[in-house]
Design a protein around this ligand. Structure first.
Ligand code: UDP
Length: 420
């Protein structure tokens, strides 16, 4: 049985979702690990211990352990500070590995901080490194939302992108960015679209979903995601202010609340800002902020919605769009990053090229006014999403591991592109 060291240093796959710092990457690491464990790999996910009294090792699913490392003093907040304690993380990880007496066959890192750890561990162990960034600092910066990013981030990303044995990314768009902006060798990049739990995210009866959420006859416009400016909620609220009163509608904003995730500002600040904006726009009575909702209940929200809006300034992939589609809900999204492939313009929803309220309002209004169109988009959306199970992702990742383990010296010349 092969052993994989998965590094997710700054956030745990077991963390509650929907807060400012927990979203797609947590889901990705959790679901991929589960699938790989199911396939017989022994997976250790290394992450930083967030709660001093929590257990150090948790069996998350068959063959999958989440190992919480101390990694420096208690009370480290956020990624910036963790960056200065990466040596502590590495030391604790090595101590765990020695105490267990295990050898890892592959290192699989997630996000830039873990990518750097991955390079260091590869140097010690000689095991190949598979790295995934999830988001790239330079792309965030260009989308105007990354001003808060640590200075070291882009330099580290450049190194990892150039030196990892394989870089996995979720879209051709990100592959291009890795090659053209970061100088990564194209032949070592594998494009593997993200997945969705198709057993959980499926179309539920709309009326039942609406009743169980206590909704009345209003049309429902749904947003799901972390509360951060890059998600473009200002655009959605602006769009809602442009909509006619008929049909009556409600904007439901799911995600993020008061868990301060770093020392600089937290999701509560963002929510109060957005509530203020709704009031300024005169739509406060049309917008409900639910706070975070777990994956177990999210299918109800997606199924109850008439349209799911993803107005992000940038997304490398966007699980939310895929989850909504899997539940048979049309998506109106920005034409950015991976979204421009996941959402099929005029078939499963609409892609909006101008990130401004008016064009979003027009597309949303079209859908709200036309039930047949919503049905037909929704049906096509759930069919399109059915090709994106986590099993497919695991299969592609397994092929990468196989190749690396079969001929490590060839690893530098292989990089499948999984088309879907
Ligand atoms: N999410 C959740 N509850 C919330 C808000 C978000 O479970 O209240 C989940 C959502 O279902 C999705 C993930 O967080 O699986 C967000 O992933 P996405 O790729 O859309 O965005 P990211 O967080 O990577 O920017």
């Amino acid at each position: 049985m092969q052993r994989i060291a998965v590094i997710s240093a700054h956030t745990s796959p077991l963390a509650p979702l929907g807060y400012r710092e927990t979203g797609g990457m947590n889901v990705y690491v959790r679901e991929l690990s589960r699938e790989m464990g199911r396939r017989g790999y022994l997976i250790d996910v290394f992450t930083r211990r967030a709660e001093p009294d929590g257990p150090a090792v948790i069996e998350a699913s068959p063959n999958v352990r989440v190992v919480h490392l101390q990694a420096g003093p208690e009370g480290i907040e956020g990624r910036r500070e963790l960056y200065t304690h990466l040596r502590d993380f590495e030391d604790d990880l090595l101590a765990f590995q020695r105490a267990e007496g295990v050898v890892y066959d592959v290192i699989h890192s997630h996000y830039w901080l873990s990518g750097l750890l991955g390079l260091r561990l590869r140097e010690r162990w000689g095991a190949p490194l598979v790295s995934m960034f999830h988001t790239l600092g330079e792309l965030k910066r260009r989308a105007n939302g990354g001003s808060n990013e640590p200075v070291a981030r882009i330099e580290v990303e450049r190194r990892v992108a150039r030196e990892a044995d394989v870089v996995v990314c979720a879209s051709e768009h990100e592959k291009r960015a890795l090659v053209e902006i970061y100088g990564a060798p194209a032949e070592r990049i594998a494009v593997v679209p993200c997945g969705v739990d198709l057993g959980r995210f499926r179309p539920l009866d709309k009326e039942m979903a609406r009743r169980s959420l206590g909704l009345n006859g209003e049309r429902m416009i749904l947003f799901v995601g972390r509360m951060e400016p890059l998600k473009g909620l200002d655009i959605l609220l602006g769009a809602a202010a442009h909509l006619d009163d008929e049909p009556a509608f409600r904007v439901l904003v799911v995600g993020g609340d008061s868990l301060p995730a770093d020392g600089r500002g937290n999701a509560t600040d963002e929510v109060s800002h957005l509530k203020g904006l709704s009031a300024e726009l005169g739509i406060a009575d049309r917008v409900s902020f639910t706070g975070p909702v777990g994956h177990d209940r999210l299918p109800l929200y997606y199924s109850a919605a008439d349209v799911c809006v993803v107005p992000s300034y940038y997304e490398s992939f966007c699980l939310v769009a895929l989850e909504a589609m899997a539940c048979g809900t049309p998506v109106v999204a920005s034409r950015v990053g991976g979204l421009s492939v996941t959402v099929r313009d005029g078939e499963t929803g609409y892609l909006v090229s101008h990130q401004a309220p008016q064009p979003f309002a027009e597309r949303v209004a079209t859908l709200l006014a036309d039930e047949d169109l919503r049905h037909s988009f929704g049906k096509t959306a759930s069919e399109a999403a059915s090709g994106f199970g986590w099993g497919n992702v695991a299969e592609a990742i397994e092929a990468i591991y196989h190749r690396l383990l079969a001929s490590p010296t060839d690893s530098l010349t292989a990089g499948p592109t999984i088309e879907r």
